[in-house]
Design a protein around this ligand. Structure first.
Ligand code: MN
Ligand code: MN
Length: 456
């Protein structure tokens, strides 16, 4: 099979390189789901999208978005066809594995101040130690003000870290299994070490000093951590990888790589026949639960509101709109890694440079815990992709019985629509820095655009 690089031979590869610059900017500035939503809304507004709250009536060509508590977003371009006839939907998740602060995070031990944490999503904890980390999120004050925090991204800003044991004294540690080398309760982030001036016998002066700095620089008091959402993430911007600059290494490809490509593709299909939709959703890494996850009623409620604006307040109209929809669940897949060939089955594995990956199912244990796309739908997708000469591949996430991955696909499947996982292949998934091919990022975007335009 031809690679994407060969498809865009010579000077046409410039388009691939240029597209990845936009993606790198988004990725570097979207370290949390809130930051991703903010970035997306800024792009949408610049492109003429309006908040659905401010709209009374919808007509073909209208562009709107619905913001779910700054952590989940659904954007729509209204089609010429009736909404009840269904939508063409792209859905990606914008949460990534990270380490969250507990509600009582701050403590002093042996002259050091540390932050107690709880990791979020599936991580190999030993990958997250002894690296520069940044602190992102919000602190909500009792008076209703929300303080945005982002410390550790700029060159002159301090970083934080989870320490690791020196190799010299790691004889016992090195005998442990990977799951136990670094344990969850040992992920305590180093946050300070200068004592404040205190009275005689006063204790915890380093913590006092840190609290003084938090108050002075951010107006944050210790109790405010109770109503905060603070996430420790790998610091720094995404970088080109490889002497030929063919790949991007960065934090959070899973799944902001599919979020960005979906969103850009979505904004480019301006006068669709069927209403198009782009969903950016939270909480996939922990099971898509809660008010901002895909299992939330928010998406259905939004569609119900839009139908009501068209005078269709019936429950059945909503069910029709969902049942008649077609969706790509835009989520990353595993890229074959020659260093670890044994976990993948070569015929049914994705490779860098070979385009978007269609995953009929991502749960590998006897196909459990997954969506199972029907072949009639897959045949339709093959047709529209081949007609547009889009390069794509099909894969499973690993060999049978090796594991598997989560996805939002089955949740939309439960709503009775056709859906299949379709995303970009990634190496080092869920490590601090993941790697993807620029060719696949570009061809992923082309595939998403083709889907929105051509699927019926
Ligand atoms: Mn994912
Ligand atoms: Mn994931």
């Amino acid at each position: 099979m031809e690679t994407v690089w060969e498809k865009y031979g010579g000077s046409k590869q410039k388009a691939i390189m240029e597209f990845s610059e936009g993606y790198k900017k988004f990725l570097g500035e979207s370290k949390t789901e809130r930051e991703a939503v903010k970035y997306a809304i800024d792009l949408l507004k610049k492109d003429g999208f309006k908040d659905l709250k401010d709209v009374k009536k919808l007509k073909a060509g209208d562009k709107v978005y619905a913001n779910n508590r700054d952590k989940n977003l659904c954007a729509f371009i209204i089609g010429k066809e009736d909404l009840e006839n269904g939508m063409n939907i792209l859905g990606a998740h914008i949460d990534s594995p990270r380490v969250d602060l507990k509600q009582h995070p701050l403590y002093e031990d042996s002259g050091l101040v540390l932050l107690d944490t709880h990791y979020y999503g599936g991580i190999k904890k030993y990958q997250w130690v002894a690296q520069p980390m940044a602190l992102h999120g919000v602190v909500c004050k009792k008076d209703g003000t929300v303080i945005n925090v982002a410390i550790g991204e700029k060159e002159d800003e301090p970083v934080i870290e989870f320490s690791d044991l020196l190799i010299h004294l790691a004889q016992d540690q090195m005998q442990k299994t990977g799951a136990k080398v670094v344990e969850g309760e040992d992920l305590n982030a180093l946050f300070g070490s200068i004592p404040a001036k205190g009275k005689d016998g006063e204790k915890e002066l380093v913590k006092k000093n840190i609290l003084d700095i938090l108050k002075k620089q951010y107006n944050i008091e210790e109790d405010d951590f109770i109503s905060a959402e603070l996430e420790i993430v790998p610091a720094g911007k995404p970088r080109d990888l490889g002497l030929d600059r063919s790949m991007v290494m960065g934090y959070g490809h899973d799944d902001r790589i599919c979020a960005y490509t979906s969103l850009i593709a979505f904004m480019e299909v301006t006068k669709p026949e069927r209403t198009t939709c782009c969903i950016l959703v939270d909480k996939e890494e922990v099971g898509s639960i809660g008010q901002s996850g895909m299992q939330s009623r928010f998406f259905e409620n939004t569609i119900a509101e839009m139908l009501a604006m068209a005078g269709k307040e019936s429950h059945i109209a909503l069910r029709h709109a969902l049942r008649n929809s077609k969706m790509l669940s835009s989520d990353v897949s595993v890229a074959f890694d020659p260093n670890y060939p044994s976990v993948c089955e070569p015929k049914n594995t994705a490779y860098f440079g070979k385009g978007i990956v269609f995953n009929k199912y991502t749960g590998a244990r006897g196909k459990s815990g997954c969506n199972d796309a029907r072949p009639e739908y897959i045949a339709q997708l093959r047709k529209i992709m081949d007609d547009e000469k889009v390069i794509y591949q099909t894969a499973e996430l690993g060999r049978v019985d090796q594991g598997g991955g989560g996805t939002i696909a089955y949740i939309l499947g439960n709503l009775d629509m056709d859906v299949i996982d379709a995303g970009i292949a990634v190496q080092n998934m869920h490590a601090c820095y993941e790697t993807a091919s620029k060719a696949d990022i570009y061809e992923g975007y082309i595939a998403y655009r083709t889907f929105l335009r051509d699927i019926k």
